[in-house]
Design a protein around this ligand. Structure first.
Ligand SMILES: N[C@@H](CCC(=O)N[C@@H](CS)C(=O)NCC(=O)O)C(=O)O
Length: 198
């Protein structure tokens, strides 16, 4: 199974992290993002959105890191990471949507501006970040994990861009429950990190 990958991408890291925690073997295929390889005809044939990561498993080709976490968890029948019970599955899914929305438009965008020089709206990204980080911190004051009382793919989806938020000028010092949660994830067997992580 191939993961077309960029080391500095939090979206790619979500998939690498889950695969490491769940002991799933991936063939990592580095893509030269700075040279625009993700927009090459070969890559666009795999993902017309022109984005990384891309997961290729035989005939199955997927874009979107959240979708990849779902695919891997269900492919290997990893009930504790993504239960098939409707209510429990939906509780995990709520957080996958948060990863693709508030986290992507908040801490991710702020980092794209500061670290990579993108001309996005940083004040709006900081507002979104303050809202979602406060909400997360409050949630984690009462819960060790985002959903179901144990690690799930929700934690793998949400943590990456939160843990590298300081690269977008967002300190996590005011969010002690988030920092404690990141530490709990780091203690999981098989954990791997990414550059820039707190
Ligand atoms: N929803 C996608 C977003 C993927 C994404 O934005 N990838 C970035 C790298 S982290 C990218 O390839 N950006 C290039 C572009 O959008 O043109 C996911 O979760 O995988």
């Amino acid at each position: 199974m191939k993961l077309y990958d960029l080391e500095l991408s939090g979206n790619c890291y979500k998939v690498r992290l889950f695969a490491a925690l769940a002991n799933i073997e991936l063939e990592i295929v580095p893509v030269d993002f700075m040279a625009g390889e993700h927009k090459s005809s070969v890559m666009l044939a795999l993902n017309p959105f022109g984005q990384l990561p891309v997961l290729e498993h035989g005939e199955v080709v997927l874009r979107d890191s959240q979708a990849m976490l779902v695919y891997l968890a269900r492919l290997y029948d990893l009930e504790s990471w993504l239960p098939s019970d409707p209510q429990q599955m939906a509780e995990v899914q709520q957080w996958l949507s948060t990863a693709a929305n508030e986290i992507q438009h908040g801490p991710n965008v702020a980092r794209l501006v500061d670290k990579f020089g993108f001309e996005f709206d940083k004040p709006t990204a900081l507002d979104i970040s303050a809202g979602i980080l406060t909400l997360l911190n409050d949630h984690l004051a009462e819960h060790d994990w985002l959903a179901l009382g144990h690690p799930t793919i929700a934690d793998c989806a949400v943590m990456p861009y939160v843990a590298i938020a300081p690269e977008g000028g967002i300190s996590l010092d005011d969010y002690p429950h988030i920092l404690a949660w990141i530490d709990r994830i780091k203690q999981l067997p098989g954990f791997i990190g990414m550059p820039g992580q707190v």
